[in-house]
Design a protein around this ligand. Structure first.
Ligand code: KIV
Length: 274
């Protein structure tokens, strides 16, 4: 596949760019997108990384957890995003059940994402238990982003979405896992919902970038779910979430306005017809 950016005046963000930003102390900004139009806006705004997260299961499909989303679903979302993007690094989540416990299947899943969507990298959840899968994916030349702390694909094991690593043994495992992911060759690690000082300790113990969500400021960058930070989703308000807009209110008002205009024969006007 030929990358669009080769024909435009755009410097594509790569995994090397992220490492350089981290080394130079420039924070990395990452947001989710699952469709062409949103990804276009994020890329125009010069976001560094677009994550085609398996949070699409919640935000786009209305599932209660991320578990039901399939590899085909993720490829559909990822290819829509890739078609919109010239600059940002596009990272795609490997969905639940496509990489755990079978490194050959993990490689097959990652190759399908890269080949069928044109994305730049994959992300997967977990530490030492998925090391073999990560090794195999990396050996095929596919960049891997790790994900530690609250790992939503393991919600049935945790039983709750509460803050992780408050128990010293869990914190010890996350720290050890971060070192394993770095040694494997992951290019960055998402740290989700862990205490800020612990995220600092993890970040200082490795040399690759860490991207936090609910992990405080002592990380190399931040990620939020686009629909949450824009106030499109309503029910979800964890402490870490800053809402930059109240889009749901604006959209509902605009729709109300449209309904009013249609019912009162105010739309279309003379100028809006042929
Ligand atoms: O799926 C997702 O959106 C994520 C982010 C919350 C990091 O994994």
């Amino acid at each position: 596949m030929t990358a669009n950016y080769l024909y435009r005046d755009v410097t594509k963000v790569t995994t090397n760019t992220l490492q350089r930003m981290h080394n130079e102390g420039e924070k990395i900004a990452m947001l989710t997108a699952y469709d062409y139009s949103t990804a276009k806006l994020l890329d125009m705004a010069k976001i560094d990384v677009i994550l085609v997260g398996d949070s699409a299961a919640n935000v786009m499909a209305g599932y209660k957890t991320t578990l039901p989303i399939t590899l085909d679903d993720m490829i559909y979302h990822a290819s829509s995003v890739v078609r919109a993007v010239d600059r940002a690094l596009v990272v795609v989540d490997l969905p639940f059940g496509t990489y755990q416990g079978n490194s050959k299947e993990a490689l097959h899943s990652a190759i399908r994402i890269m080949k069928e969507s044109g994305a730049d990298a994959v992300k997967l959840e977990g530490g030492v238990e998925v090391k073999e899968s990560i090794d195999r994916i990396l050996s095929a030349g596919i960049p891997v982003m790790g994900h530690l702390g609250l790992t939503p694909q393991s919600i049935n094991k945790f039983g709750t979405y509460s803050v992780r690593a408050t128990d010293p043994r869990e914190a010890e495992k996350i720290l050890a896992d971060a070192k394993v992911l770095e040694q494997c060759g992951c290019f960055a690690i998402v740290l989700e919902k862990i205490p800020a000082l612990f995220a600092k300790e993890v970040s200082e113990s490795i040399s690759i970038p860490t991207i936090g969500i609910g992990a405080g400021p002592h990380v190399s960058g931040q990620v939020l779910v686009f629909h949450d930070m824009m106030g499109i989703t309503q029910q979800f308000s964890p402490r870490y979430l800053r809402r930059y807009h109240n889009l749901s209110e604006e959209i509902i008002n605009a729709i109300g306005h449209y309904i009013h205009d249609v019912k009162n024969l105010d739309f279309p006007s003379e100028k809006e017809q042929y």
